[in-house]
Design a protein around this ligand. Structure first.
Ligand code: NDP
Length: 273
């Protein structure tokens, strides 16, 4: 029997996840169906029950704005989901319980390190933003042993709080954009500023020689942040499409025990955008 999965969110019509998982299924020969389901903003709990008990889904991906709510609801979580404070992948266990994971962080790191050969060990990382996406990537980035991570956010109290949360895992500090000091080798934009065509207010000379700039947002044309990075002569500029595909591959692996190839799916999506 075909196993069913879905991505839930609101809105969800724009989601590329059904296409990505259809490609993974085709490539690996796994017999799955994957759809996008819009869940009412005030109806998460009921919807989860329906997805499990009526539609008989085996698992779901979770996107904006439900990741934190699903984190609160799931009884069992991976260590990386516990730290991230958000769940983007759920397994519906046979006993009716939910297992929550977060694959966003590993998705970003694989895209940076494997797909784009960006060195993280010993590097100075500037992480812009202190929302769910930022929190989810801090622990996975620290596993690569960077020299340090400075988290800068519009609301400085949020980035300081995140830095305190992760300080036991490595050299992490936080503050406002005006607290950014010195040069950085890797600058990761995890703010939603690009959605509004804006760039966070960054100081001049923030990029070290050979710096890489990564925008978690992706678009068919350069985002405002990528345009800024190119103007600042960043050596590498990367958008978040690869992260999207890599986090999906990790979710597929969790559900099916088979790791799909991602390069062909990333090129397919690049050609479609
Ligand atoms: P949240 O809503 O949780 O956080 C938004 C963050 O952006 C906050 O830090 C907020 O600051 C900041 N922000 C919003 N507008 C501006 C602005 N105009 N100038 C400066 N800072 C701003 O969102 P997420 O963390 O979930 O997502 C952030 C981005 O990452 C989105 O663009 C999302 O699409 C992308 N993303 C991409 C993924 C991928 O697979 N490629 C996966 C997950 C996310 P403040 O705290 O002050 O409000």
């Amino acid at each position: 029997m075909t196993d069913k999965y879905a991505v839930i969110g609101n809105p969800i019509h724009h989601s590329k996840s059904p296409l990505i998982h259809a490609e993974f299924a085709r490539q690996t020969g796994e017999d799955i169906e994957y759809s996008a389901i819009e869940v009412p903003l005030d109806g998460l709990q009921n919807s989860l029950q329906q997805l499990r008990d009526v539609l008989k889904l085996k698992g779901i991906n979770v996107t904006v704005p439900f990741k934190e709510q699903v984190w609160k609801i799931t009884q069992q979580k991976s260590a990386r989901a516990e730290l991230a404070g958000a769940v983007n992948t759920v397994v519906f266990n046979n006993d009716g319980s939910l297992f929550g994971d977060n694959t966003d962080g590993i998705g970003l790191c694989r895209d940076l390190v494997i797909n784009h050969q960006v060195e993280l060990a010993g590097k100075r990382i500037l992480l812009l933003g202190a929302g769910g996406a930022s929190r989810g990537v801090i622990a996975p980035l620290l596993e690569y042993q960077p020299l340090g991570i400075f988290i800068a956010n519009r609301t400085a109290s949020k980035s300081s709080h995140l830095a305190e949360l992760f300080a036991h895992l490595g050299n992490v500090h936080g503050g406002g954009f005006h607290d950014i000091a010195g040069e950085f080798d890797v600058v990761i934009n995890a703010t939603a500023a690009s959605l509004q065509g804006e760039v966070p207010p960054l100081p001049d000379k923030v990029l070290a020689s050979g710096a890489c700039c990564y925008d978690m947002m992706y678009s068919d044309t350069d985002t405002a942040f990528i345009q800024w990075a190119k103007a600042q002569k960043a050596e590498k500029t990367i958008d978040g499409l690869g992260m999207l595909v890599e986090q999906a591959a990790e979710a597929f692996y969790l559900w099916r025990g088979v790791r799909p190839q991602t390069a062909s799916v990333i090129s397919l999506l690049h050609n479609k955008t």
